[in-house]
Design a protein around this ligand. Structure first.
Ligand code: AMP
Length: 115
């Protein structure tokens, strides 16, 4: 079944798209957790990192090139940013279309909250 992210890729659902090409789409998170919060996704629907295959390697590498482009566009390349990918329950993955979060625009603090 298609996720909301596939609908954003093919234009069926609206999103604030900041970058798109034939392999990757990047758009603003609807519920931002930082001043800059962009989701960078493969256009191809891969549910989780567990579903990645070697055939996807080039396309997934392109996510990083797009992350760099978006960071420059958002003017956080020098100040810094965090890239994060959640996988399955313990990471609180909500949308099962693999996506890389790009957070920036403020000091982001330590990587994980201590319990
Ligand atoms: P994750 O927990 O890694 O699966 O993150 C899913 C992210 O998708 C959350 O930060 C949501 O706020 C975001 N999100 C869900 N639906 C949309 C949407 N329609 N447009 C933009 N971001 C969305």
């Amino acid at each position: 079944m298609s996720t909301i992210f596939s609908k954003i890729v093919n234009g069926e659902s609206h999103a604030d798209i900041v970058y798109q090409d034939d392999r990757v789409t990047a758009f603003r998170d609807i519920n931002p957790q930082a001043p800059v919060h962009i989701l960078i996704i493969p256009n191809k629907e891969i549910p989780t990192v567990n579903d990645v295959t070697e055939a996807d390697e080039q396309m997934l590498g392109h996510l990083f090139t797009v992350a760099k482009i978006v960071a420059e566009q958002e003017n956080v390349d020098e100040s810094g940013y965090r890239l994060l990918i959640n996988c399955n329950r313990d990471a609180n993955q909500e949308v099962f279309h693999l996506h890389m979060h790009l957070f920036g625009g403020q000091a982001l603090g330590p990587m994980l909250m201590r319990r």
